[in-house]
Ligand binder design. Structure first.
Ligand SMILES: NC(=O)c1ccc[n+]([C@@H]2O[C@H](COP(=O)([O-])OP(=O)(O)OC[C@H]3O[C@@H](n4cnc5c(N)ncnc54)[C@H](O)[C@@H]3O)[C@@H](O)[C@H]2O)c1
Length: 554
């Protein structure tokens, strides 16, 4: 993942996650950079290629830029030339030189990400990256992939927060200042419903009028369904898309553009009438997912307290085709999107559309439940240790997995972060292992990441020492001397860990907490036989297994 600490830090360097130092461009560099782009674009136009500028080369924009750059016609000739544009901020500038070396600024389990970027930069030569907004002057199409955050003021109360439109609004204004009137502007950012028509359009039209342009901006919206992980590239290229345009021309252009870059033959586009409809589709899609996850939180507790294994219950239910998408929630529902998207919708109702009443009950409740689910894991750790006669205070607790989901290195709003913070508050000594995360910036840079005021640190006491938390890469070493082991993420290396080996590494019986249905009954039994204590989210049946082992020992 990328470190995106405070933009306010004043220094002339931007550091990549590997610690490489890149000097920020100075005023003198801009003219030469634009000259470089103009020359490149002249050559590409001569080849009949469309010029696409992707604004914001983060998790979505970097890979989308490469997917567009990889587009070909029926004869295998590239049809687009892509300029990934990124503002030269201290926290993000490094992505530009990295991309220009043909390296991905995002880490992924999908080997196609690295191959794709390398192919487009070095072989097809259809992808470059830049820091100058002047690139926008050269664009036929602009794709907007900057973030639009939802800032929460409380833990577990999404209503107390607001959409942070600053980056998006600033980008739109700058885009309008630079583009030709006939440039298509495609907003991919997940936005508060109403943004394209009621925020972007007025901003851009005002700038157009100031520039003496009478035409309306050609604005379109199509949201990303990308899943950073093993199917990162395929989740952009080989997946269904919803799109819309602000008028007939914008709609026609966005359909044409997406048809060129995405596999629309197998995954046909859904074209909606108005941008507010595609914006709402994104928010409802993610709120639905957040809701079905939140719904199981109470049944997870029910299961723990009544001898039920919720994992088996879910498997039983899933057999029924109408219920096949029921999913077990792990220790909190993180990632960048699910914790915030419903908030954008609730916020828009009042602050974009001006309604005074409060129609939302389920969406905010679901987010609030998901945002606090991980805290319960702290209780399970405490109870398991207590059953072994050990206090949680001063216990060495190993958390296996820092990211928000399996096989990715993205730690944004992960349940593990909340758990580590709660464990530290309870006096435990948390340690962490994750094969995909090099730096857990939420801790290492907790005074400035994700921004100085918005670290989750502010909701807990006793957090200062967590600045020193480092992600272990050597699992054997991480296990050494641990009092408790929490299976927090379904990362591949954790799925088949043998209880005998775990206990051999820890050097003593441990408290084992299964947050994701990782342990089967045979493993749970073995842990008990080895003198360990086992607890798990939604895993009420462990008590039965424990009693069985006790009876066998008698
Ligand atoms: N990450 C996901 O899995 C995912 C999935 C689906 C949709 N989305 C949506 O896609 C959007 C982008 O998400 P992301 O994960 O790529 O975010 P990100 O923070 O990784 O990337 C955003 C990039 O935009 C850059 N940026 C910000 N302001 C800019 C400006 N004025 N000019 C130029 N660049 C600027 C930032 O520096 C950053 O590199 C969000 O709306 C998100 O909700 C994300």
């Amino acid at each position: 993942m990328s470190f995106q600490g405070g933009d306010t830090v004043s220094t002339a360097y931007s550091f990549s996650p590997d610690g490489e130092r890149f000097p920020l461009p100075g005023p003198a560099d801009y003219a030469a950079e634009f000259q470089r782009l103009q020359e490149l674009v002249a050559g590409q136009r001569a080849l009949g290629r469309e010029i696409v500028v992707v604004v914001g080369v983060g998790f979505v924009g970097a890979v989308m830029a490469a997917v567009v750059a990889d587009a070909e016609d029926g004869e295998g000739n590239p049809t687009k030339f892509v300029i990934g544009m990124q503002r030269p901020s201290v926290r993000s500038y490094w992505k530009i030189p990295l991309l220009n070396r043909g390296l991905s600024p995002v880490k992924s389990e999908d080997p196609e990400v690295d191959r794709l970027i390398d192919r487009c930069v070095h072989h097809k030569k259809t992808l470059t990256a830049t820091f100058t907004y002047d690139a926008l002057k050269l664009a036929d199409v602009v794709v907007v992939d900057v973030q639009c955050d939802y800032l929460k003021e409380d833990l577990g109360n999404v209503r107390n927060g607001q959409a942070d439109m600053a980056a998006l609004e600033q980008s739109l204004e700058i885009i309008a200042e630079h583009i030709r009137p006939d440039t298509l502007v495609l907003i991919e950012t997940t936005v508060a419903p109403g943004t394209t028509e009621q925020v972007a359009y007025p901003i851009m039209r005002k700038v157009f009028r100031r520039r003496g342009i009478e035409a309306d901006p050609l604005l379109a919206h199509s949201y990303e369904r990308v899943m950073p992980g093993r199917e990162y590239v395929a989740s952009i290229r080989n997946f269904w898309r919803v799109c819309s345009g602000i008028n007939d021309e914008a709609r026609r252009r966005v359909v044409g553009f997406l048809s060129d870059v995405i596999n629309v033959e197998e995954y046909p586009l859904t074209v909606l009438d108005r941008p507010i409809e595609s914006e709402t589709a994104k928010i409802v899609e993610n709120s639905y997912r957040a809701t079905i996850l939140a719904f199981l939180d109470e049944w997870s507790l029910f299961a723990e307290r009544n001898g039920v294994d919720l994992i088996k219950v879910i498997e039983a239910i899933k057999v029924r085709p109408t219920h096949s998408n029921i999913i077990f929630p792990g220790p909190g529902i993180g990632g960048y999107c699910l914790p915030k998207d419903g908030g954008l919708g609730v916020w828009a109702y009042r602050h974009i559309h001006g309604f005074e009443d409060d129609i939302f009950r389920i969406t905010p409740l679901a987010i609030d439940i998901n945002d606090t689910r991980a805290l319960h894991v702290g209780q399970l750790v405490r109870d398991a240790l207590r059953n072994m006669g050990r206090p949680v205070a001063a216990a060495e607790v190993l958390v296996l997995g820092a990211s928000y989901r399996e096989d990715v290195g993205d730690t944004r709003y992960s349940g593990s972060e909340l758990l580590v913070r709660r464990l530290a508050e309870m006096g435990a000594e948390p340690r962490v292992h994750d094969p995909y995360v090099d730096h857990w910036w939420e801790f290492e840079k907790q005074d400035e990441y994700p921004s100085p005021e918005y670290s989750w640190k502010r909701f807990f006491r006793n957090q200062d020492k967590l600045k020193d938390l480092r992600v272990g890469k050597d699992l054997d070493k991480a296990l050494e001397g641990a009092d408790a082991v929490v299976f927090a993420v379904r990362h591949e290396p954790y799925l088949n860990l043998d209880p005998d080996e775990v206990v051999a590494r820890t050097g003593q019986p441990v408290a084992v907490i299964d947050c994701f249905g990782i342990l089967d009954d045979a493993k749970i039994k073995r842990y008990f036989e080895l003198g360990c204590e086992v607890k798990g989210l939604g895993r009420g049946h462990v008590k039965r297994i424990k009693d069985e082992v006790k009876a066998e020992k008698r």
